[in-house]
Write a protein that binds this ligand. Structure first.
Ligand code: GLC
Length: 415
């Protein structure tokens, strides 16, 4: 599953959508519990339509949805028996997770659950006023880690027994306490599930977030994540949205290195995915579907190509060249090839490119005194494609004999 369902839509949705500020407004803006908790009586997302979310996800090429069941605010988006602080106690009154899980199941979209360890509402949460913990102390607080872990155990049991097949479990904010029994419980309830590395033990997969990785291949299972907006994961009224170039470059880079990718969106207080967000997802999705075959191919490192900062993936006799951040020119030269490709194709727009073997005087910036034999490919619409990561496919008769093996390295470097 992890190797086949690789592109996810992350959804941060909770009470925080009400103010449209930030999913951590209690922590980042110092909003007091008594003020924040008022949203429970006001939250009424009457436009929530999981059918629309799932069909958007499908149209954009996402394989699964990762949904925030409980964020740091402690508010639960399902009908948990173990707290009153939950969606079924709002004017809306319905179990939104249930509705989402049923739609996902109906349409073959995987479901992954996000669950925060920090909990700014539960009286037993052992708040040390550390990383992602609020500084407020309430009279009702009864810090007790054992009891809190019991609460977590009860809740994950509900989540993993009442909502169908769960593809992966996304803990957030690793606690200092290590306790293998929690992930063991998850695995017992959902055999075959994948668990991230932000819980009570190291789990199965790592979760680089909002970073841009260097050009190595990931050794272990990895799921990178980022949001379409720069400031917040939850809905933010005055968000700064990422550009297509930024998003497609990040997705291309991570996936070409073998990682999975979840791209986040924050629905608003009515349950709608804002139009501007939807447009971004659709544009990214259009790009993704065109280059997908290259993202699912195997990462292979060709020294001479990697030297130019270009990542490569390979599938049978096709070699894919991944250009992130735009092209500096409309063509390039590659050393290390002995045979012409059958064709060279820009996956983004279906354009066939000119390919010739040539003797070139200039390589890697310096004016050479000797000539090199290179495969020269050009004619790319670099300006027309300047707002997206560009992927070029070279299809060979037989890639083994076409490539000079001294240019192929043993591929993997550990990050
Ligand atoms: C960080 C943030 C959190 C967000 C998460 C997504 O941990 O604290 O708000 O949900 O990243 O990966």
């Amino acid at each position: 599953m992890f190797k086949t369902k690789r592109f996810g839509m992350f959804i941060h949705w909770g009470l925080y959508a009400f103010s449209g500020l930030h999913e951590q407004e209690m922590y980042r803006y110092g909003v007091a519990s008594k003020d924040y908790e008022k949203y429970v009586n006001l939250f009424n997302p009457t436009d929530y339509n999981p059918k629309e979310w799932v069909s958007l996800a499908k149209n954009c090429g996402f394989d699964y949805i990762t949904f925030t069941t409980k964020h740091h605010d402690g508010f639960c988006m399902w009908d948990s028996k173990f707290t009153d602080y939950k969606i079924t106690n709002t004017p809306y009154g319905k179990d939104v997770l249930k509705m989402l899980s049923e739609e996902c199941e109906k349409h073959g979209i995987g479901l992954s659950l996000y669950y925060s360890v920090p909990d700014w509402h539960h009286p037993n949460y052992p708040n040390n006023i550390g990383h992602h913990e609020i500084s407020e102390r309430r009279e009702s607080d009864r810090p007790d880690e054992k009891l809190y872990i019991e609460y977590v155990r009860n809740q994950i049991t509900e989540l993993l027994t009442g909502y169908g097949k769960i593809q992966s479990f996304f803990w957030d904010i690793p606690p200092k306490t290590r306790d293998k029994s929690l992930n063991e419980l998850i695995r017992k309830l959902q055999p075959g599930i994948y668990i991230n590395n932000r819980g009570y033990d190291e789990g199965d997969f790592s979760t680089p977030e909002r970073t841009s990785a260097d050009g190595a291949v990931f050794e272990g299972l990895t799921e990178a994540c980022d949001s379409i907006g720069e400031q917040s994961w939850g809905y933010r009224k005055n968000e700064d949205y990422h550009s297509m170039l930024y998003l497609t470059s990040a997705i291309d880079r991570y996936m070409a290195m073998g990682a999975n990718y979840v791209l986040n969106v924050g629905p608003d207080e009515k349950g709608r995915i804002p139009e501007v967000s939807e447009k971004i997802l659709v544009r990214v999705g259009d790009w993704y579907k065109k280059v997908k075959e290259a993202l699912f191919a195997t990462p292979v490192k060709y020294e001479a190509i990697a030297k130019k900062g270009i990542l490569t993936t390979q599938s049978e006799n096709a070699l894919y060249l991944h250009f992130q951040g735009g092209l500096a020119s409309n063509g390039f030269c590659l050393e290390g090839f002995k045979e012409m490709p059958k064709y060279a194709l820009v996956l983004n727009n279906g354009q066939k490119l000119n390919c010739v073997f040539e003797k070139m005087p200039m390589l890697y910036g310096g004016q050479g005194t000797s000539l090199a034999d290179v495969l020269h490919i050009n004619g790319i619409d670099a300006d027309g494609l300047s707002s997206q990561a560009v992927v070029i496919k070279l299809e060979f008769e037989n890639i083994e004999s076409a490539v000079d093996t001294e240019f192929v390295s043993d591929n993997i470097r550990i990050l």
